[in-house]
Design a protein around this ligand. Sequence first.
Ligand code: ATP
Ligand code: MG
Length: 148
Amino acid sequence: MNLLEVKNLKVIDKEDKKEIVKGVSFKVEKNMCLGIVGESGSGKSMTAKAIVGLISSNLKIEGYAVFDENIDLFNIKKDKLRKIRGQRICMILQDAMSAFDPLYTVGYQMIETLVENKNLSKKEAKKVSIKTLEKMNINDPQEVVKKY
Ligand SMILES: Nc1ncnc2c1ncn2[C@@H]1O[C@H](COP(=O)(O)OP(=O)(O)OP(=O)(O)O)[C@@H](O)[C@H]1O
Ligand SMILES: [Mg+2]
């Protein structure tokens, strides 16, 4: 069973019509993993961002991406995609300095994600955040959540 199937995915700059991702196709079967290798700037992150619907408005997507056999990710209502993203499919960004917002604390950003995706109260989400940091062997999680 294919968990994800991507066919001829293109990401195109609307302004200069440049193809940033030039027709990528792959399948990921259930319980399998897939590594994508390529030089810096070749479009690996852009491919992932397109699949989870997180590309900026100056870019357009062509092709198709089907999740779990029948969820057409490029033709699904935004609120439905929001429900899937973060719960069933997600992207882990490589660069913490640009993935996080420096104006908000680590705790604020962890809690925000947990409240949105796991339906927890803020209090519960804070507990989970601290426990998770502990699990990752981060020193002094109580203090870390207060840091920017
Ligand atoms: N919002 C944007 N508008 C136009 N082009 C963009 C935008 N964001 C990124 N790009 C360009 O898209 C191309 C692909 O970048 P991407 O970040 O996907 O590469 P990558 O393969 O993930 O590289 P790395 O290995 O360094 O992570 C780059 O040339 C980048 O400059
Ligand atoms: Mg990248």
